[in-house]
Structures are given as C-alpha cells and as structure tokens.
Design a binder for this molecule. Structure first.
Ligand code: TYD
Ligand code: MG
Length: 455
C-alpha cells in the first residue's frame, strides 16, 4: 500500500497543501502552514454508524441553572462582557502594544482579589518587580493577588494543580507562553495554539476564569493564529489612539451574551478610570462654533453616545487630483455622499480636497450618521457653522431622501439630557422627542437650505 501523503493545513484559511511552503498559496499569509495527520482511507472499520453509545436528547425548555457571573469590580468591564465574567470561561483580550491591557487586567484582578476571589496573575513579559511598580502606581499594591513571572505552561499548570484552583487566571501574554509538548519558539502559531489549548482545558476543568492577553498586529488581527479566536468563549478588543486619553473595550465574540455593548475608560496618570457618560468625552472641546462640525447621536449596544463629525474642505488652485481622507468612517460612504450632494444639490466638490474626521478617534459604522456627515460637509463647503445645540441623524439614500433610523427616540432623549435643544432628521411617526425641538428634513436639498439659513 502506498504511504499516505503528508498534508499541510494553513491555520489562517484552512487550505491544504501537499508540501510545506513559507507562504500559503491561497491566502498569502506567511508561516501559517502546519503539518496535520494524513487523511485516512475510509474502510468498513471506519463506518461510524454503529458501535457508539446512544445520546440523550433534551427539549429546549428543560430547566437549566442560571449562568453564574462574577463582577470584575469595574462596571464598564462587566458591561462589555454582558454582565460580568463567567466561571470556567476563557477570554482573549486583544489590543495593540501599549494600549493598556496589562493595566486594565491588573486593576480588575486587584479588585476581584480584594472582594475575596483568588486571583493568579502570570506575566511572561514583565518581571514581578515591574508589575509591582505598576500596582503601586495604580494604588492597588495591597490587593491579595498571587503574582508570578513565568512562561512555561507546564510550570504554571503544575503549580496551580497543587492547590485549590483560582477563581481567575490572567496570562499576560499568550505570545510569551511556551508548551514543551511542541517544538518551536514562543509566539509561533503552533506554540500559541498548544499553550492556549492547555490553559483553556485547565480553566474548563477547574471552573477558573482564564484571561489571555493577545497582542494585535497592525491590521487588527490577534497576532498568531486566528484559531485562538475559535478556541476561547469571548474575544475582547481594547482600542483607542495612544495619543488620546480614552479607551474602548469592545466584545467581538461572546458565547455568554450580546456583543454590542462597549466599556469606556480614560487612561489617567493613576490608571484607567471608568467613563459612565462617554458623550461628555467625545464632545469635549467644542466651545467655539466652527464650520464643518456636526454632532451625531450614535448608539453603542443600548447606550447612546454623542460624537462630533468634522469636515474640512480645501479648494485646489491647480488641476491636481483632489484628496479624500477619512478617519473613523467609511471611505466608500464618503464618496457616495459627495456624489449624492453633487447630483441632487448641484454642489461641487470635484476641485476640492475633502477631509473627514470623527473626533476623539471614535469609529462610526452606523448608516444613520450619513446626515451628520452631509451636514458637516455642506457646512464646511459654505463656511457656515451649524447651530451648536443641534444634532443630526438619518440615512441618506442615493435619491437624496433622508431615511429613518433605528432607536431615534433613544438617541434624541440622550441628546436632550446633554443639553442639545434641536434635532434634525427624517420624518418620525409617533416618536417621543421629549425635551427637543425636532425638525424633519425630507432630503439633501432641504438639508442644504437648512444649513444656508443658519445664522
Ligand atoms: P500597558 O497596560 O502596559 O499596555 P499593554 O499591556 O496593552 O501593552 O499600558 C501602557 C501605557 O499606559 C503606558 O504607555 C503608560 C500608560 N499608563 C498610564 O498612562 N497611566 C498608568 O497609570 C499606567 C499604569 C500606564
Ligand atoms: Mg502589557
């Protein structure tokens, strides 16, 4: 019988090659091919339709124990997790280097241990002295957590296996961990996968909540294999601009809850503080009325967040191709809005450079932001500031019509709470616009008239 062929499987895209190559021929990723056991020929012996044990089926409404959740002591962290951490679950905390992952987890770990939970914090990146220094800066040096600097998964699990399992185990970071079951340096695809596998198995068996820190590459992927994201229950991402103060904790995958809530923090000199009213952060610094600035009531999960959209238009003298640059919004959507404004209102952007920025480094993906962007663009083009106390919402259709958006009532109520007194958007049927003067606009032409009429 011929020897079964070796196979190599790409850990990014799953494509199969018959020989090892440095680069995957399908997805072009480097160093992602790993050897897997050869495929076996199926014979009668492999027929799986007999010889097994019968499995028991249950109905969906059978009684289940409610999911236990423990608070992290940080309300914003709990909120992003969907209500706290679930014992026995594995969380992957991704983020760029220096964004504050270690700070956040040390604060959460300290708070859980102060509340009586046993917490083990293993750092593979820093010496215990460095972690201790950070703890004293954060004012949590008195927290009774157990700290170690280690990189061998065997050492960690052997030590933890000897006593009672901790309620929480933080491993900072998974890329520094090393399993002696597998060859290769820490941080390689197979090492990261094997180390995570062993740690997750421990967590599931013992009911420990495991938090793995994972560094993120420039393009936003957790460095190393994507498989890590499939192995854990929850994938979180800690984001923000390092030059800005605020940080957003997002949940990208959650087996135990919704993924649309965010936690907002500000990085201060003595650690991360929670921001329970994010709008105040994203709107700060709007004292002078400026042309090209419009406020949009975004929704994050169930919480409205007011953000400022800024547009800048620079007329070009020469015939050079004008630039369009967007930060925090979609490039394609900007092109579409410019085209709609040109086609439906006769405005011309073709000889002008257009820059669009969502203030504070916030990222918008909600189509309801169209009207605020359009208002900012028209205001910048006409060099007319919009009313300071106005918010703009609604989706712009290719026809130029303004379409309704979800949660309009919630968005308007939040804006009213924050002192805005004018709302401009689509026709609202029976929506509660408490505390706000609401003026519907039917299309972009009416929007341009509105902007031009601003005093
Ligand atoms: P860190 O938690 O080490 O980031 P990560 O683990 O994601 O790599 O945080 C690093 C940055 O946070 C560092 O550049 C300094 C800043 N920082 C503060 O501003 N205040 C603080 O109290 C702490 C501990 C850090
Ligand atoms: Mg760190």
């Amino acid at each position: 019988m011929a020897k079964p062929k070796r196979r190599y499987i790409c850990s990014e895209c799953g494509s199969v090659s018959t020989r090892w190559q440095g680069q995957c021929p399908d997805c072009q990723e480097w160093n992602t091919l790993v050897e897997e056991a050869p495929e076996t020929k199926f014979t009668a012996k492999h027929d799986l339709s007999s010889g097994g044990r019968a499995i028991r089926f249950e109905s969906l409404d059978a009684p289940t124990k409610p999911l236990a959740r423990n608070t992290t002591g940080l309300a914003e962290f709990d909120r992003a997790l969907g209500g706290g951490i679930v014992p026995g679950s594995a969380i992957l905390m991704g983020g760029e280097p220096g964004i504050g992952k270690s700070t956040l987890l040390l604060q959460a770990a300290a708070s859980i241990s102060k509340a009586g939970g046993e917490v083990v914090y293993v750092s593979g990146e820093e010496a215990t002295g460095q972690v201790r220094m950070r703890a004293s800066r954060l004012g949590v040096a008195d927290a009774p957590l157990r700290l170690a600097s280690a990189t061998s998964v065997r050492d960690i699990l052997t030590t933890l296996g000897q006593g009672d399992p901790p309620a929480m185990l933080v491993v900072d970071s998974i890329q520094t961990m090393h399993s002696d079951q597998i060859e290769g340096a820490p941080g390689t695809v197979s090492q990261v996968r094997a180390s995570a596998f062993e740690l997750i198995r421990f967590a599931k068996e013992k009911g420990t909540c495991l938090v793995l820190v994972g560094h993120v590459t420039k393009d936003g992927n957790i460095a190393g294999p994507r498989v890590l994201e499939h192995m854990v229950d929850t994938v979180m991402s800690f984001e923000g601009e390092r030059s800005h103060q605020y940080r957003i904790l997002r949940c990208l995958k959650n087996r135990f809850g919704a993924v649309d809530e965010i936690g907002v923090f500000a990085m201060e000199s003595e650690g991360l503080t929670e921001v329970s009213n994010p709008s105040s952060l994203f709107l700060s610094g709007r004292e002078e009325p400026m042309a090209g600035s419009a406020v949009f009531p975004a929704i994050e999960g169930t919480r409205p967040v007011l953000v400022e959209v800024q547009a800048l238009i620079v007329r070009l003298q020469s015939g050079a191709t004008p630039r369009r640059a967007v930060v925090g919004w979609d490039n394609g959507r900007l092109a579409m809005l410019l085209a709609v404004l040109e086609a439906r209102c006769g405005l011309s952007f073709s000889t002008a450079e257009v820059y669009l920025n969502v203030a504070g480094g916030y990222r918008l993906s909600d189509p309801a932001a169209d009207l605020a962007v359009a208002a900012a663009l028209v205001s910048a083009l006409a060099d007319k500031p919009l009313a300071q106390d106005a918010i703009w919402l609604g989706e712009v259709a290719l026809s130029g019509e303004i379409r309704p958006c979800a949660h309009a009532g919630l968005r308007l109520r939040e804006a009213a709470k924050l002192g805005f007194s004018n709302g401009i958007g689509p026709e609202l049927a029976g929506q509660d616009v408490a505390g706000l003067r609401y003026a519907p606009v039917s299309g972009v032409a009416a929007l341009v008239d509105r902007v031009m009429a601003t005093q």
